[in-house]
Design a protein around this ligand. Structure first.
Ligand code: AMP
Ligand code: GLY
Length: 423
């Protein structure tokens, strides 16, 4: 099987490693890629936002399967264009990717499907925003309606800051605050059959102790030792299947990766967000634990045959990833600093490029992601930080507490009050 991976982050580096390890894969191309994917796949230039260019590259590389990493191309219709060219594509149509592309659309689907989520108001004027903030009360949650690379959400006790964020966006959602630990559950689906992957947790705030602004994600671990044993079944029953049925009923079935971001609060799991693709950095910890060959799994989802795929197998143990970000991130990141240790095993590249002299330099906000797999979460965490110590980047910053609360047994799921899923 010839596989084309579209994208250029650490997620795509992780996808390339897992796909390249599948014995069925005979050729692997990554476009546009980065200095890390260049070590494991053929690189091709690509304007990822142009669906016709993605489809043309799929034809040109004689791909049997295209795997689209980021949300931008999906929302723009890249998967539709690839399928129209007669090539199997892992990734939802533009119509189904609106689940990520518009938070208002996602709320509408959830409401229609009876999926538990935060109450929300769609607001387009300052007066509407102010009224909604006062209706829900603090802490205030204000979300840019459109795509914002994980940085469109402000959660704050400061009403003026909430108003200011809304003023800088167009349409926003003002939401009820959801408490409880967050979980990311990836579901591979062909629109009907669903294969859940291991639940993971990511760390969205830039600073230790969940302080500072939201980012695309500063680290992650999987699996979750503290998760209730029925978590995955519960989310499949109450969130994933009703959402897929609702989209299918609207004539826009979702096939690809449904990323369910949940908060496990006292009212049970509630959806914080949907994404239409593998999450970053969670992918970097979920895929190394997957023993089932990845290309076969994604090809089955892309061709409507997932129901006939054998059950997925996982290795025991745990994985931890820590993101190293450039100076300035999540504001304007500084580019061009040399990255030391970039070629070490376990270092996944995100925003990197190789200079003419062979040095790897920073070329993005999140520069790389170190990953360690071990028999226990504590060992995986130690391994990830030991690897990070071998990597250098002037001005680079990383959180020091990724997976720490879980290792210390400090993550608590609030006891459920009231009927499951109410509220
Ligand atoms: P989103 O882009 O919707 O994933 O939001 C980014 C992050 O903001 C989430 O992972 C949460 O940490 C936080 N967040 C979003 N919505 C809420 C909410 N309703 N209540 C509490 N935190 C939220
Ligand atoms: N880890 C969050 C995201 O991929 O959006």
């Amino acid at each position: 099987m010839r596989v084309l991976v579209v994208g250029s982050g650490a997620r795509e580096h992780a996808l390339c490693l897992a796909l390249g390890a599948d014995p069925a894969v005979t050729a692997l191309v990554c476009a546009p890629g980065n200095a890390g994917t260049a070590m494991v796949a053929e690189q091709r230039p690509l304007a990822v936002g142009d669906p016709a260019a993605v489809a043309a590259l799929a034809v040109d590389t004689r791909a049997d399967l295209v795997v689209i990493g980021p949300e931008g191309p999906l929302v723009a219709g890249a998967a539709d264009a690839v399928r129209a060219a007669g090539i199997a594509c892992f990734g939802p149509s533009a119509a189904a990717a609106r689940l990520e592309g518009s938070k208002a659309f996602a709320k509408d689907v959830m409401t229609a499907a009876g999926v538990p989520t935060a109450g929300a108001a769609v607001c387009s004027t300052p007066a509407e925003v102010a009224a909604a903030l006062d209706r829900f009360g603090p802490p205030y949650v204000v979300k840019d309606d459109g795509l914002a690379a994980g940085k469109g959400v402000v959660v704050t006790a400061d009403r003026a800051a909430a108003l200011a964020h809304a003023a800088g966006c167009g349409t926003v959602l003002v939401e009820e605050f959801l408490d409880g630990p967050e979980v990311s559950l990836f579901c591979v689906t062909d629109g009907v059959a669903v294969v859940p992957l291991l639940p993971a947790q990511d760390f969205k705030r830039v600073g230790d102790g969940d302080t500072g602004p939201n980012t695309g994600g500063m680290g992650a671990y999987a699996p979750l030792p503290w998760a209730p044993p029925d978590l995955v079944d519960d989310v499949l029953t109450r969130v994933v299947r009703p959402t897929l049925a609702e989209l299918a009923g609207r004539g826009t079935p979702f096939a690809g990766l449904l990323y369910v971001g949940l908060a496990l609060g006292s009212a049970g799991p509630r959806v914080v967000e949907f994404n239409a693709r593998f999450g970053d950095p969670e992918t970097q910890v979920v895929l190394p634990l997957l023993e089932t060959p990845l290309a076969g799994l994604l090809h089955a989802a892309a061709t409507g045959t997932l129901g006939a795929h054998p059950p997925v197998r996982w290795r025991d143990g745990a994985a931890v990833t820590v993101v190293l970000a450039a100076a300035g991130y999540p504001g304007a990141p500084r580019g061009g600093d040399v990255v030391g240790g970039a070629d070490l095993p376990g270092v996944l590249h995100a925003g990197t490029r190789r200079r003419g002299d062979g040095a790897v330099v920073a070329a993005g906000g999140r520069v790389l992601s170190v990953v360690a797999v071990a028999d226990s979460l504590a060992e995986a965490r130690d391994g990830a930080y030991a690897l990070l110590d071998k990597v250098s980047l002037d001005g680079g910053h990383a959180r020091t507490d990724i997976a720490l609360p879980a290792v210390l047994g400090e993550v608590r799921v609030p006891e459920r009050r009231g009927p499951a899923g109410s509220g």
